[in-house]
Design a protein around this ligand. Structure first.
Ligand code: ACO
Length: 451
C-alpha cells in the first residue's frame, strides 16, 4: 500500500480539570511557577468513574462514529498505554466490545507498553502492517490512553489525562515519510513504575534524558535526510513540529535546541545570539550532547526561536497538552487533531516533524507529510470542518484543587482494588457518549456503560 498514514484522528479528555493558577495558590508556590515556569494552563483529571479503558472506549467510539467507519472495516487494533488497569489483560481486549458487537473478532494486535512511547510503537506496528504482504485491505486503529498522576510535590502539576484514537491506512491525508525515522533505545532509570499507583521519577534526570535523546535523534534524522535528499536538513524544512509534552516549557526548550543545532551546524549565528558569553556558537565548541546548556544560552535561544516556535508549534498544536497536562502515550499524538483543526487543507505539501519520547529510554523522531487523498471521507478539509476540539475544551468543567486532591485520594484507594462502585465525578458531569465504569466486582471484573 502507498502513502500509509493517518486517515482520521480523535482526541478525548475528561470533562473535569483544574486551573494551574489555582494549584499554584493551593500549593503555596510563587505565582507563575506552574503557568510560566512549566508553561501549563490546566490539569485534566478523572475521578474513579473513568480510567484508561473507559477513555479508550470513548475515543475509539468517537473515531468510528464520527468518521463513519464500520467495525467490519478494522483489521488491526492496538493500544498504547502505561497506566493499564490489569497486569495481564490488555486494553485492546476491552476495546474489542466495539468490534465484537458487529461480529468482527478477526483483529490483530494487543497493547504496547513502554512509558510514553507505547502509542508510537503501536503506530509503527499499524503502519508496517498496512505496508506488509500480510495486509488484508482493512484499516488499523491505534488507541492511546493514559491517566498520569504523581504524588504531591513538584511533579504533581505535570499530571494529566486523555486518550487519542488514530485510523491508519493507505492514501492518507497525513502520510508517514518512509525511511525518515530515527530511533534511540537505551536503559535508564529516569521514570519507571516498579509498584503502586505513582511512578518512581527522577525529574531532573528525566529532563536530561529527554533533551539528550532529542539531540541524538536530530543528528540521526538529519543525516538520513541528507543521504536521501543530497542537502542538509534545516528546521525550515519542517512546517510544523510535535513533541512529547510532559509540560510546555520542555517543548519550548526542545524546539530551541533544534534551532541551536542548525546554527552550530551551519555556522550562521544570528545577531541576537552573537554576544552570548557562555558559548561560542560559531565554532560549535559547545558539546552537542550536553543536555545542560548554560542558562544564558538557553534563555537567549528560546527568545531567538520564539517566532518560529509560535508559528510552527505552539499555536497550531499545543492547546490540548497545555490545557490537559501530560497524557503520556497520547501526548504527542493529541497534537495531530489540533493541527488538523487549525490548519486543515493548508497541511497539503507541508511536513510535520515529530519527537516521541518515552522514559526508560525509547524514542523516535519521524515525519508526516500532508497530501490530497482520493478518499473524500478523509480529506483534510472535511476533517477540519467536522472538528469540535476547541469547543469541547472550552466547555469543560473547572474544579477546585480540593476536588483534584479528593480524586487523587480515591485513585490511591482504588489502585488495583475490587468490589466498589465509583463515586466521582457525578454522572451529570460526563459528556453524553462518554463510557464510564459502573462497578468493579468482587472478582475484579470491570463493568462499563456509555452515558
Ligand atoms: N515564575 C516563573 N517561573 C518560575 C517560577 C515563577 N514563580 N518559579 C520557578 N520557575 C521556573 C524555573 O526557573 C524553571 O525554569 P527553567 O526550566 O527555565 O529553568 C521552571 O520553573 C521549573 O522549575 P524547577 O524548580 O527547575 O523544577 P520543578 O521543581 O518545578 O520540577 C520537573 C520540574 C522536574 C519537571 C517536575 O515537574 C517533575 O519531576 N515532573 C515529572 C517528570 C517529567 O515530566 N519529566 C519530563 C520528561 S519524562 C516524562 O514525560 C514523564
Amino acid at each position: 500500500a502507498e502513502d500509509v498514514g493517518i486517515l482520521a484522528a480523535e482526541v478525548y479528555f475528561p470533562s473535569t480539570y483544574m486551573r494551574q493558577e489555582e494549584l499554584e495558590r493551593h500549593d503555596g508556590v510563587p505565582s507563575g511557577k506552574y503557568t510560566v515556569g512549566l508553561g501549563q494552563q490546566g490539569v485534566a483529571f478523572v475521578g474513579d468513574r473513568e480510567d484508561p479503558v473507559s477513555m479508550g472506549l470513548t475515543v475509539m467510539r468517537r473515531l468510528l462514529e464520527r468518521h463513519n467507519v464500520s467495525p467490519l472495516e478494522i483489521g488491526r487494533l492496538e493500544a498504547g498505554t502505561e497506566s493499564s488497569v490489569d497486569n495481564s489483560k490488555s486494553i485492546k481486549t476491552y476495546l474489542m466490545v466495539l468490534l465484537e458487537e458487529a461480529g468482527n473478532t478477526d483483529v490483530e494486535g494487543v497493547d504496547c507498553v513502554q512509558a510514553c512511547y507505547g502509542g508510537t510503537a503501536a503506530v509503527q506496528n499499524a503502519v508496517n502492517w498496512v505496508e506488509s504482504r500480510g495486509w488484508d485491505g482493512r484499516y488499523a486503529v491505534v488507541v492511546m490512553s493514559d491517566v498520569s498522576v504523581y504524588p504531591a510535590g513538584p511533579a504533581r502539576p505535570t499530571s494529566g489525562a486523555g486518550a487519542v484514537a488514530l485510523l491508519i491506512g493507505p492514501d492518507a491525508p497525513l502520510a508517514f515519510e518512509r525511511g525518515m525515522s530515527a530511533t534511540h533505545m537505551a536503559h535508564a532509570y529516569d521514570f519507571y513504575k516498579p509498584s503502586g499507583l505513582y511512578p518512581a521519577v527522577d525529574g531532573p534526570l528525566s529532563v536530561y534524558c529527554y533533551l539528550q535523546t532529542l539531540d541524538l535523534l536530530y543528528s540521526r534524522y538529519t543525516a538520513k535526510w541528507e543521504r536521501r535528499n543530497g542537502r542538509p536538513f534545516r528546521l525550515a524544512d519542517a512546517d510544523h513540529a510535535l513533541f512529547h509534552a510532559p509540560y510546555n516549557k520542555l517543548v519550548q526548550k526542545a524546539f530551541a535546541r533544534l534551532m541551536y543545532h542548525d546554527i552550530t551546524r551551519h555556522g550562521e549565528v544570528p545577531e541576537s545570539l552573537a554576544s552570548c558569553a557562555d558559548c561560542d556558537l560559531r565554532d560549535g565548541s559547545h558539546p552537542r550532547q550536553a543536555a545542560q546548556m548554560p542558562g544564558d544560552l538557553e534563555k537567549a535561544l528560546v527568545a531567538h526561536a520564539f517566532p518560529a516556535y509560535d508559528a510552527k508549534v505552539v499555536r497550531p498544536s499545543t492547546c490540548v497538552a497545555r490545557q490537559c497536562g501530560n497524557m503520556y502515550t497520547a501526548s504527542i499524538w493529541s497534537g495531530i487533531s489540533q493541527l488538523i483543526e487549525t490548519t486543515g487543507a493548508a497541511l497539503e505539501g507541508r511536513r510535520v516533524l515529530l519527537y516521541s519520547y518515552g522514559s526508560g529510554i525509547s524514542a523516535t523522531m519521524l515525519s508526516l507529510v500532508g497530501r490530497p487523498t482520493t478518499n473524500p471521507r478523509f480529506s483534510l478539509a472535511r476533517l477540519q470542518a467536522m472538528s469540535d476540539l476547541s469547543m469541547r475544551l472550552a466547555r469543560r468543567l473547572p474544579k477546585s484543587p480540593a476536588d483534584f486532591e479528593q480524586a487523587m485520594r480515591l485513585a490511591e484507594q482504588r489502585w488495583m482494588a475490587g468490589n466498589y462502585k465509583p463515586e466521582m465525578p457525578s454522572l451529570d458531569d460526563l459528556e453524553p457518549g462518554t463510557f464510564h465504569l459502573v462497578e468493579v466486582d468482587t472478582r475484579y471484573r470491570r463493568i462499563y456503560a456509555r452515558k
